[in-house]
Design a protein around this ligand. Structure first.
Ligand code: KG4
Ligand code: ZN
Length: 335
């Protein structure tokens, strides 16, 4: 007998994504439509442009995903959608669509926290299911350090006091004249640069808590740029030096919490965990300390609907579903 089939929709920001997953994590279809090119001229996400394009992109993506999976709507056992955090008008498109499909087919609806999707993504397709770990979630909107005990049991240890790690990448990239989103651009340019060429602050690296602060990096970059005659010639060194500051803080604080809480597994998730230097630095540090490291493949680190389906399957396995009256919440917290 086939497992339960969950169709999940993700529309919290600028990616419209649909996935069909057979419980718990066999991916039958995963379609994604990025709007980045529409927002690039503005240097960031324009909420109204985002919601209107989710509205346009979603129907063909749904049909395409069903075709990829060789299924019809009637073959789907449950419908899930991101309920927050994210842009209100964007969340509403995916959420209302999933509720409507659930209502018309008489199947359950599951509201999923986008951050829970990221948090659990390193376990998708991995044997052994979800295991206790120290989890770092680093995205465009969040920088969270958590202790994960089981699928729906986690403790928030700390988060950023100001900018998220991805936000720091995006803002600094903008100052350097690089296109949005800045993270992948900085990652690419940094490969040819010297990470010790400039010194950027490692804010809160020695603080005895699990909090972060990245907003000082913008000011530091501004002052550094003022001192350089030809910043374009220093682009690679600036990117490598800035990136190293972010990476060093993330690795140091995550490993310190891992030791303190005697965890044997570290997971990374969220868009910033695509960063090649971050992956390399975590791999080195974890190997040195004999700690296991799990990072989802890049397509599951950035926003996607497979992670929403996977988080929904964990809820469904516990007999949980959401009322159709449940609202979206742009500020939905994780713990
Ligand atoms: O998780 P995500 O796709 O969306 C949110 O939930 O925010 O993360 C997007 C963020 C952006 O800030 C983007 O610049 C960053 O992830 N990002 C990266 C890389 N790829 C994406 N940051 C650094 N290096 C990368 N390779
Ligand atoms: Zn995300």
């Amino acid at each position: 007998m086939p497992g339960l089939r969950i169709l999940a929709i993700e529309t919290s920001c600028d990616e419209t994504a649909v996935a069909i997953v057979e419980d718990p994590d066999a991916v039958l279809a995963a379609r994604i439509s990025s709007q980045i090119h529409l927002h690039q001229p503005y240097g960031g996400i324009v909420p109204e442009v985002a919601s209107r394009n989710h509205n346009l992109a979603l129907p063909p993506l749904l049909l395409g995903a069903l075709e990829d999976a060789g299924l019809r709507i009637g073959d789907i056992d449950a419908f899930a959608a991101t309920a927050g955090p994210g842009l209100a008008s964007s969340l509403l498109i995916g959420n209302t669509t999933a509720k409507t499909l659930a209502l018309s087919s008489g199947r359950p609806f599951l509201a999923v926290n986008h951050l829970e999707g990221h948090l659990l993504s390193p376990f998708i397709g991995q044997p052994g299911g979800i295991r206790p770990c120290l989890a770092l979630v680093v995205s465009g909107g969040h920088t969270l350090l958590l202790q994960l005990r089981s699928a729906e049991n986690y403790i928030l240890l700390g988060q950023t006091r100001d900018d998220a790690a991805g936000e720091a990448f995006d803002k600094v990239a903008k100052m350097l004249g690089l296109p949005y989103p800045g993270g992948p651009e900085i990652d690419r340019l940094a490969r040819g640069g010297n990470p010790a060429a400039y010194h950027f602050p490692r804010s809160m690296i020695d603080s005895q808590n699990d909090e972060f602060s990245f907003s000082g990096l913008k000011t530091a970059m501004l002052y550094t740029l003022r001192k350089i005659n030809n910043p374009k010639s220093q682009m690679e060194n600036l990117c490598a030096s800035f990136q190293e500051a972010v990476v060093e803080v993330l690795v140091t604080k995550t490993l310190r919490a891992t030791r303190r809480l005697e965890q044997r597994l570290v997971t990374l998730s969220g868009g910033v965990s695509c960063n090649s230097r971050l992956r390399e630095a975590f791999a080195d540090a974890c190997q040195r300390e004999n700690i296991e490291l799990r990072i989802a493949p890049p397509e599951l680190c950035t926003d996607n609907a497979v992670m929403i389906a996977f988080a929904a399957s964990q809820k469904l396995a516990r007999g949980r579903c959401s009322p159709l009256s449940e609202d979206i919440d742009p500020n939905l917290a994780l713990a």
